[in-house]
Write a protein that binds this ligand. Sequence first.
Ligand SMILES: Cc1cc2nc3c(=O)[nH]c(=O)nc-3n(C[C@H](O)[C@H](O)[C@H](O)COP(=O)(O)OP(=O)(O)OC[C@H]3O[C@@H](n4cnc5c(N)ncnc54)[C@H](O)[C@@H]3O)c2cc1C
Length: 455
Amino acid sequence: VRFIGKNLWSVSTGDRHGMTRLVIVGGSDAGISAALRAREVDPAAQIDLLLTDRWPDYSICGLPYLLSGEVRRTEDLAHRTREDIEAAGITLHLEHRVDTIDARAHRVRARTAIGEREFSYDALVIGTGAMPQRPPIDGLHHDGVHQLHAVGDALELADRLTHPSAHRAVIVGAGYIGLEMADALRLRELDVAVVERLPEVMPTVDPQIGQLVRRTLEGGGVEVLTATAVSRIARDGNGLQVHTDLRTLDAELGLQAGARLGAAGALAVDEQMRTGVPGVWAAGDCVHTHHRLLAEPTYLPLGTTAHKQGRTAGENAVGGSRRFAGVLGTQVVKILDLAVAATGLRDDSALRNGYRPRTEQLVVPDHKRYYPGAVDLTIRLTGDERDGRLLGAQIAGGLSGQVAKRIDTIATALHHRLTVDELNDLDLSYSPPFSAPWDPVQAAAQAWSAAAPAP
Ligand SMILES: Cc1cc2nc3c(=O)[nH]c(=O)nc-3n(C[C@H](O)[C@H](O)[C@H](O)COP(=O)(O)OP(=O)(O)OC[C@H]3O[C@@H](n4cnc5c(N)ncnc54)[C@H](O)[C@@H]3O)c2cc1C
């Protein structure tokens, strides 16, 4: 460490004997995955990981369950402890906000509570995530308006929920995070209203599935207002709480380094997670992503994707040449007693991308009805009319109906470019408490094939 001025220290990581100095900016899914993979591939690399907050490798996806009270302690959300990460030979620099990347000099500068520090690198991975967008609503500055994006936000909201006046919550946006929060706050016995400007909740699935979600919400005591835009939040005696899951991208640092913008204003990266700036890789919510069914990159920020992209970036930053295989947008969410999942394309996106999609819907029990506890699954399966290629699916059903397993079967089939008919050929497990001789996804495949228009 060299002291340059009163408040600026310079840290030259690595040594002079060919050791790679890897600096990673971001300490969540993408950044930590990059660091761990780089360590596996290059045991000698000097790895410095910088993050703005104090919670490296915490599960952001688990925040709703901390707020619901199902997860009791914040530290239970850590995928790994700080000690685990450091034991892997990764040097953590908490509360270091990187504000400058000098890609020519291969240096980044971070602000800390006690001054500025500079880090030199041979390879740099950016995993700074996305930034929550403040939607254009008057009054977002009021005390009682929260966003949910990072661990610190959840702790502020948790504190608010212990306030004696916290009885009612209004959630702006009925995307999956808003709906997970509706579930969480109902569990805390708050009165909950969800406001969505689109005509139906959960715009990532077809309205037929959205209606099931709405019925579940309403049945669970959540007030649902769709086609309704919030324009103003005013303070009254009781206060009003608003949560938002809208996002813009935190691409600023990468841009500063000279990277290009890609889909939806995210950083453009190739399949090796290279930004095009020598020595700089990027991964996670701050980058666009390759979709296996689309010709052009898209923006689909998810934790699973951030882990995989981060792993790819970490490996390549220390000399590897791994390619990120791309996503299908596979996701699953619990909303009260309903599980909702989707993968692949729906009719509108398939049509826009040159496919000729047809979607069929089937309602089928998750296992043989004679065995107690069967729940209905609503499956919407999409295939291409021309060649029978599987394009996507959406499934909604009771929590015991193994919705996640079923969407994952379809995601696997999609990954390997199977046709709907080949999905029907898969050797899937069966015993009456779990399934039927034809698993529900195969029943849906048969329904799709049977509904084909006569030639
Ligand atoms: C409430 C909630 C629930 C979710 N649930 C799911 C789910 O169930 N399944 C799923 O797949 N995805 C889920 N997601 C999405 C998932 O959490 C994100 O896709 C994932 O966290 C992205 O990881 P990331 O590492 O790219 O970015 P982030 O997790 O946003 O982390 C960014 C990191 O960069 C650091 N950083 C940012 N700027 C700087 C800077 N200038 N200098 C230094 N450090 C910086 C931050 O401190 C942080 O460590 C959820 C998201 C939220 C908010």
